[in-house]
Design a protein around this ligand. Structure first.
Ligand code: CTP
Ligand code: MG
Length: 222
């Protein structure tokens, strides 16, 4: 249905820390390519009108999605994917890392609902309260500060934004895009109001081989 949310899945990373043969998004996890788990959840989401995937050069897109070419950095992959979207009526954009295969339609609905929860939000991002005590040690040794854990959230994807706000935020110089570790950071930097949405279940990012084993276990059990 046109006019829903456009979902952008960024899958163009090399997966250097995982150390796999091919790109990380195509590594098999619990019986299928990692990317397919996220695509399935997005297909099952009534609020999503189009799925765009930013892919590594030469990779074949999953059936029924719009393909985009990945960029040098994650933010450039997001920008390329948004530019490739064909649903011009969609006013909301969801961004998701293919490296988080535990995505569910429930989690997608939670952040789309939160965006419209009143309060004039420009963005709503899935996050988990931190359970560790977090300290700053800028030189890698001396502790400079202990942060108040009660205020801290570990941020994940999906993240949803008003389309015009995200487009403006992504219209930034390459060095700003390269420094951004998520899209909300760019939106915040442009003055946007972003809220957190508590993750309703475990949603780890696959970075290392240990993470891959954990994700496979969680998906296999689900
Ligand atoms: N990503 C992307 N384009 C890039 C870099 C990253 O689409 N130029 C995507 C990855 O495919 C992943 C997500 O952004 O789904 C989060 O990135 P990360 O976990 O760092 O994945 P990789 O960059 O692939 O891994 P690494 O940093 O270990 O190489
Ligand atoms: Mg990376």
């Amino acid at each position: 249905m046109p006019g829903g949310a456009v979902a952008l899945v960024v899958a163009a990373g090399r997966g250097e820390r995982l150390g796999s043969q091919g790109p990380k998004a195509f590594v098999t996890v619990a019986g299928r390519p990692m990317l397919e788990w996220s695509i399935e959840a997005l297909r099952a989401s009534p609020g999503v009108s189009e799925i765009v995937v930013a892919l590594p050069a030469g990779a074949a897109p999953p059936d029924g999605v719009t393909a985009a070419t990945g960029g040098e950095t994650r933010s450039e992959s997001v920008r390329n994917a948004l530019a490739a979207a064909t649903d011009g009526e969609a006013q909301v954009v969801l961004v998701h890392d293919a490296a988080r295969p535990l995505l569910t339609a429930g989690m997608v609905a939670d952040c789309l609902d939160a965006l419209e929860s009143g309060g004039g939000w420009d963005g709503a991002i899935v996050a988990a309260p931190v359970s560790d005590t977090i300290k700053r040690a800028p030189d890698g040794q001396a502790v400079a500060e202990t942060l108040d854990r009660n205020e801290l959230w570990a941020v994940q994807t999906p993240q949803v934004f008003r389309r015009a706000v995200l487009e403006r935020a992504l219209d930034a110089p390459p060095e700003v895009l390269a420094a951004a570790t998520d899209d909300a950071m760019l939106v915040e930097g442009a003055g946007g109001r972003v809220r957190v949405v508590e993750a309703r279940h475990a949603n780890p990012k696959v970075t290392t081989p240990e993470d891959l084993a954990l994700a496979a276990q969680l998906l296999g059990a689900g």
